[in-house]
Design a protein around this ligand. Structure first.
Ligand SMILES: [Zn+2]
Length: 44
């Protein structure tokens, strides 16, 4: 599972240090379908 934030357009691993608070958990496929891109820090 990956997480997304309220403002960002990236998806992250739940333990990514750039994510202080996430709004939703979803699968990578779901995140991609919603137009999110992978975070360059946590490489989900
Ligand atoms: Zn990240």
């Amino acid at each position: 599972m990956v997480v997304i934030t309220a403002k960002g357009k990236k998806y992250h691993r739940p333990n990514c240090h750039t994510v202080k608070q996430y709004v939703k958990e979803l699968t990578v496929d779901e995140a991609r379908q919603l137009g999110y891109k992978p975070c360059k820090v946590c490489k989900p």
